[in-house]
Design a protein around this ligand. Structure first.
Ligand code: NAG
Ligand code: NAG
Length: 198
Protein backbone atom coordinates (compact mmCIF):
# COMPACT_ATOMS: atom_id res chain seq x y z
CA UNK A 1 0.00 0.00 0.00
CA UNK A 2 2.72 2.41 0.99
CA UNK A 3 4.83 1.47 -2.00
CA UNK A 4 1.91 2.17 -4.29
CA UNK A 5 1.50 5.65 -2.80
CA UNK A 6 5.17 6.41 -3.28
CA UNK A 7 5.25 5.36 -6.91
CA UNK A 8 2.04 7.24 -7.58
CA UNK A 9 3.42 10.44 -6.13
CA UNK A 10 6.64 9.99 -8.06
CA UNK A 11 4.77 9.71 -11.32
CA UNK A 12 2.60 12.68 -10.40
CA UNK A 13 5.79 14.64 -9.82
CA UNK A 14 7.06 13.58 -13.21
CA UNK A 15 4.06 14.88 -15.04
CA UNK A 16 4.32 18.18 -13.23
CA UNK A 17 7.95 18.41 -14.29
CA UNK A 18 7.14 17.59 -17.91
CA UNK A 19 4.41 20.21 -18.04
CA UNK A 20 6.75 22.72 -16.44
CA UNK A 21 9.48 22.00 -19.00
CA UNK A 22 7.01 22.33 -21.86
CA UNK A 23 5.80 25.68 -20.62
CA UNK A 24 9.34 26.94 -20.10
CA UNK A 25 10.56 25.87 -23.53
CA UNK A 26 7.51 27.24 -25.35
CA UNK A 27 7.75 30.64 -23.72
CA UNK A 28 11.52 30.79 -24.10
CA UNK A 29 11.98 32.11 -27.64
CA UNK A 30 11.15 35.74 -27.03
CA UNK A 31 12.14 35.91 -23.38
CA UNK A 32 15.54 34.39 -24.08
CA UNK A 33 16.34 36.97 -26.74
CA UNK A 34 15.38 39.74 -24.35
CA UNK A 35 17.48 38.21 -21.61
CA UNK A 36 20.48 37.67 -23.83
CA UNK A 37 20.37 41.30 -24.82
CA UNK A 38 20.06 42.34 -21.20
CA UNK A 39 22.94 40.22 -20.03
CA UNK A 40 25.32 42.41 -21.97
CA UNK A 41 23.45 45.66 -21.45
CA UNK A 42 22.19 45.57 -17.88
CA UNK A 43 20.30 48.86 -17.87
CA UNK A 44 17.54 48.70 -15.28
CA UNK A 45 15.04 50.42 -17.55
CA UNK A 46 15.48 47.59 -20.00
CA UNK A 47 15.16 44.81 -17.48
CA UNK A 48 12.01 46.20 -15.93
CA UNK A 49 10.51 46.18 -19.39
CA UNK A 50 11.21 42.65 -20.50
CA UNK A 51 8.29 40.84 -18.97
CA UNK A 52 5.70 43.44 -19.82
CA UNK A 53 6.93 43.84 -23.36
CA UNK A 54 6.81 40.09 -23.77
CA UNK A 55 3.22 39.80 -22.66
CA UNK A 56 2.21 42.93 -24.55
CA UNK A 57 3.70 41.35 -27.62
CA UNK A 58 1.74 38.19 -27.09
CA UNK A 59 -1.58 39.99 -27.00
CA UNK A 60 -0.74 42.14 -29.97
CA UNK A 61 0.49 39.32 -32.19
CA UNK A 62 -2.48 37.09 -31.76
CA UNK A 63 -5.34 39.51 -31.34
CA UNK A 64 -4.04 42.09 -33.82
CA UNK A 65 -5.41 45.08 -32.01
CA UNK A 66 -5.48 47.92 -34.44
CA UNK A 67 -4.82 51.40 -33.16
CA UNK A 68 -2.80 49.92 -30.29
CA UNK A 69 -0.13 52.52 -29.35
CA UNK A 70 3.06 51.76 -27.44
CA UNK A 71 6.01 53.88 -26.42
CA UNK A 72 9.16 51.88 -27.01
CA UNK A 73 12.76 51.99 -28.03
CA UNK A 74 14.06 49.74 -30.75
CA UNK A 75 17.19 48.06 -29.44
CA UNK A 76 19.23 46.54 -32.24
CA UNK A 77 21.00 43.21 -32.20
CA UNK A 78 24.24 45.25 -32.38
CA UNK A 79 23.13 47.08 -29.20
CA UNK A 80 22.20 50.45 -30.64
CA UNK A 81 18.97 52.29 -29.97
CA UNK A 82 17.44 53.38 -33.25
CA UNK A 83 17.04 57.16 -33.36
CA UNK A 84 15.28 59.53 -35.73
CA UNK A 85 17.02 62.90 -35.73
CA UNK A 86 15.30 66.25 -36.26
CA UNK A 87 17.04 66.51 -39.62
CA UNK A 88 15.33 63.29 -40.76
CA UNK A 89 18.47 61.22 -40.45
CA UNK A 90 18.11 57.77 -38.93
CA UNK A 91 20.96 56.05 -37.11
CA UNK A 92 21.82 54.30 -33.87
CA UNK A 93 22.90 55.58 -30.48
CA UNK A 94 24.42 53.86 -27.45
CA UNK A 95 23.11 56.60 -25.17
CA UNK A 96 20.23 55.53 -22.96
CA UNK A 97 18.92 59.08 -22.52
CA UNK A 98 18.80 60.13 -26.18
CA UNK A 99 15.33 61.72 -26.60
CA UNK A 100 15.41 60.93 -30.32
CA UNK A 101 15.36 57.21 -29.60
CA UNK A 102 11.95 57.35 -27.89
CA UNK A 103 9.45 55.98 -30.38
CA UNK A 104 5.73 55.58 -30.59
CA UNK A 105 4.72 52.36 -32.31
CA UNK A 106 1.15 52.21 -33.57
CA UNK A 107 -0.61 49.27 -35.20
CA UNK A 108 -2.19 50.70 -38.33
CA UNK A 109 -3.29 47.45 -39.93
CA UNK A 110 -2.96 43.72 -39.29
CA UNK A 111 0.77 43.14 -38.86
CA UNK A 112 1.58 46.68 -40.01
CA UNK A 113 2.91 49.44 -37.76
CA UNK A 114 3.84 53.10 -37.98
CA UNK A 115 6.84 54.23 -35.91
CA UNK A 116 7.08 57.88 -34.94
CA UNK A 117 10.04 59.48 -33.20
CA UNK A 118 8.70 61.49 -30.28
CA UNK A 119 11.76 63.77 -30.10
CA UNK A 120 11.70 64.66 -33.78
CA UNK A 121 8.01 64.11 -34.54
CA UNK A 122 9.04 62.27 -37.70
CA UNK A 123 7.89 58.87 -38.95
CA UNK A 124 10.36 56.11 -39.69
CA UNK A 125 10.15 55.62 -43.46
CA UNK A 126 11.63 53.49 -46.23
CA UNK A 127 11.46 55.00 -49.70
CA UNK A 128 10.94 53.12 -52.94
CA UNK A 129 14.70 53.34 -53.50
CA UNK A 130 15.36 51.87 -50.07
CA UNK A 131 16.42 55.02 -48.21
CA UNK A 132 15.72 54.98 -44.49
CA UNK A 133 14.67 58.40 -43.22
CA UNK A 134 12.34 60.37 -40.98
CA UNK A 135 9.20 61.55 -42.81
CA UNK A 136 7.24 64.62 -41.72
CA UNK A 137 3.88 63.18 -42.77
CA UNK A 138 2.53 59.68 -42.45
CA UNK A 139 2.33 58.00 -45.85
CA UNK A 140 2.90 54.70 -47.64
CA UNK A 141 6.66 54.87 -46.98
CA UNK A 142 5.85 54.72 -43.25
CA UNK A 143 3.90 51.47 -43.35
CA UNK A 144 6.17 48.78 -41.90
CA UNK A 145 5.47 45.08 -41.69
CA UNK A 146 6.45 43.88 -38.22
CA UNK A 147 7.40 40.25 -37.79
CA UNK A 148 8.93 38.17 -35.00
CA UNK A 149 11.92 36.20 -36.24
CA UNK A 150 13.11 32.83 -34.97
CA UNK A 151 15.61 34.39 -32.57
CA UNK A 152 12.89 36.43 -30.87
CA UNK A 153 13.89 39.73 -32.47
CA UNK A 154 11.57 41.76 -34.69
CA UNK A 155 12.11 42.83 -38.27
CA UNK A 156 10.43 45.80 -39.96
CA UNK A 157 9.99 45.57 -43.72
CA UNK A 158 8.46 48.10 -46.06
CA UNK A 159 4.85 47.07 -46.52
CA UNK A 160 4.80 48.86 -49.86
CA UNK A 161 8.13 48.59 -51.65
CA UNK A 162 10.29 45.71 -52.76
CA UNK A 163 13.60 45.55 -54.54
CA UNK A 164 13.46 42.96 -57.33
CA UNK A 165 10.80 41.05 -55.37
CA UNK A 166 12.95 41.03 -52.22
CA UNK A 167 11.67 42.74 -49.14
CA UNK A 168 13.52 45.80 -47.85
CA UNK A 169 14.07 46.14 -44.11
CA UNK A 170 14.85 48.77 -41.52
CA UNK A 171 18.48 48.10 -40.59
CA UNK A 172 21.45 49.53 -38.70
CA UNK A 173 25.04 48.55 -39.44
CA UNK A 174 27.44 47.27 -36.78
CA UNK A 175 28.59 50.90 -36.46
CA UNK A 176 25.09 52.28 -35.96
CA UNK A 177 24.66 53.72 -39.45
CA UNK A 178 21.37 53.31 -41.28
CA UNK A 179 21.38 50.70 -44.01
CA UNK A 180 19.97 50.96 -47.50
CA UNK A 181 16.86 48.81 -47.73
CA UNK A 182 18.23 47.19 -50.86
CA UNK A 183 21.18 45.80 -48.93
CA UNK A 184 19.12 44.28 -46.14
CA UNK A 185 18.04 40.69 -45.61
CA UNK A 186 15.67 39.14 -43.10
CA UNK A 187 18.35 36.70 -41.93
CA UNK A 188 20.90 39.44 -41.30
CA UNK A 189 21.00 40.52 -37.66
CA UNK A 190 21.50 44.14 -38.81
CA UNK A 191 17.74 44.14 -39.35
CA UNK A 192 16.88 42.66 -35.95
CA UNK A 193 15.39 44.80 -33.16
CA UNK A 194 13.82 44.30 -29.75
CA UNK A 195 11.07 46.74 -28.80
CA UNK A 196 11.89 47.66 -25.19
CA UNK A 197 9.89 49.75 -22.74
CA UNK A 198 11.34 53.08 -21.61
C1 NAG B 1 25.32 47.08 -14.38
O1 NAG B 1 25.70 48.34 -14.86
C2 NAG B 1 26.17 49.23 -13.89
C3 NAG B 1 26.50 50.54 -14.57
O2 NAG B 1 25.47 50.90 -15.46
C4 NAG B 1 27.39 48.65 -13.19
O3 NAG B 1 27.81 49.51 -12.17
C5 NAG B 1 27.03 47.29 -12.61
O4 NAG B 1 28.19 46.70 -12.05
C6 NAG B 1 26.49 46.39 -13.68
N1 NAG B 1 26.07 45.13 -13.11
C7 NAG B 1 26.37 43.97 -13.66
C8 NAG B 1 25.84 42.75 -12.97
O5 NAG B 1 26.99 43.88 -14.71
C1 NAG C 1 23.98 59.49 -35.14
O1 NAG C 1 23.70 60.82 -35.53
C2 NAG C 1 23.94 61.78 -34.51
C3 NAG C 1 23.45 63.13 -35.02
O2 NAG C 1 23.85 63.36 -36.34
C4 NAG C 1 25.40 61.78 -34.14
O3 NAG C 1 25.65 62.69 -33.10
C5 NAG C 1 25.79 60.38 -33.70
O4 NAG C 1 27.18 60.31 -33.45
C6 NAG C 1 25.44 59.35 -34.76
N1 NAG C 1 25.69 58.02 -34.24
C7 NAG C 1 26.47 57.15 -34.86
C8 NAG C 1 26.64 55.85 -34.18
O5 NAG C 1 27.02 57.39 -35.92
Amino acid sequence: MRRWTVSKSVSACWSVCVVYLLVVSVSCGRACAVQKALRVDNSSSLSSSSSTSTSGRHVRSYVHLQGDVRQRKLFSFQKFFLRIGRDGRVNGTKRKDDPYSVLEITSVDVGIVAIRGLGSDLYLALSKRGELYGARNYGINCRLKERIEENGYNTYASAEWRNKKRQMFVGLSAHGKSLRGRKTRRKNTATHFLPTML
